[in-house]
Design a protein around this ligand. Structure first.
Ligand SMILES: O=C(O)CCC(=O)C(=O)O
Ligand SMILES: [Fe+2]
Length: 231
């Protein structure tokens, strides 16, 4: 298939489901950068570079308090939840996969979560929260809502991450109610899809539309992802 047709197909798929999987593109940073140049502009985060490696090595002690660098399950989340505007796109390139069936990528569609929450609760986008990321010496936070309008598409965006390092503090009893509903819906296995990335595959995520996470790693093999953030 010619490159333009192939690109249109991936774009259509991306808009429909909020993510697209590139199979067998290879493991080099060069290849990823070529892809990124067609998508947008790389942006640094407060704590991480625009392009960086997420590594797990059973022979190297894990960084304390860091789920991404440990073998633990990562619950579905959006990246940069505590930033003023989280990055629009995330690309994850699998540089070295774990044993088959471990470290499987999980995807949750934010539109599904919104539909579930708003079916019982009016105007969940009006609920306010403080999203924060706490490090030893820094605490970065932003006040906002879990759901927000996406101007370009007229759709609804989502921002969500809650684990040992990241917290979402509800600012009212109503917000607390919305948070509980979102949490339950996000963790409901029925609302998630799984995608196994093999070495050389990559996934393009619309970070305002879908949440991503992964199942636990085996803890026995090295696993490396290259992660890119773009607008
Ligand atoms: O390890 C993975 O598959 C995902 C990593 C991730 O989501 C992150 O570092 O934010
Ligand atoms: Fe992530």
């Amino acid at each position: 298939m010619n490159e333009a047709l192939c690109w249109n197909e991936s774009f259509e798929c991306l808009l429909k489901q909020g993510f697209y999987v590139f199979r067998e593109i290879g493991t080099s940073e060069e290849t990823l950068r070529r892809l990124l140049s067609k998508i947008g502009v790389c942006v640094n985060g407060i704590f991480e570079e625009a392009i960086g490696l997420v590594k797990f090595d059973p022979c190297i002690p894990t960084r304390p308090n860091s789920i991404a660098y440990s073998a633990s399950e990562m619950r579905p989340h959006t990246d940069g939840t505590f930033e003023q505007i989280p990055p629009k796109h995330i690309l994850l390139q699998c540089v070295q996969s774990d044993q088959y069936g471990y470290g499987v990528t999980t995807i949750v569609d934010g539109n599904t979560i919104y539909d579930i929450v708003s079916s019982t609760t009016k105007n969940p986008e009006s609920a306010l929260f403080v999203f924060s990321r706490r490090e030893k010496f820094t605490n970065v936070e932003v006040t906002g809502s879990i759901f927000f309008p996406i101007e370009e598409t007229g759709g609804i965006g989502i921002r969500f991450r809650s684990d040992t390092k990241y917290s979402i503090k509800p600012l009212s009893p109503f917000a607390n109610h919305v948070l509980n509903l979102v949490q339950t819906a996000v963790n409901d296995i029925q609302n998630s899809q799984q995608v196994y990335l093999r070495t050389g595959d990559a996934i393009w995520l619309l970070n305002h539309r879908v949440l991503h996470g992964r199942t636990a790693l085996s803890g026995l093999s090295r696993r490396i992802l290259r992660r890119a953030r773009l607008n």
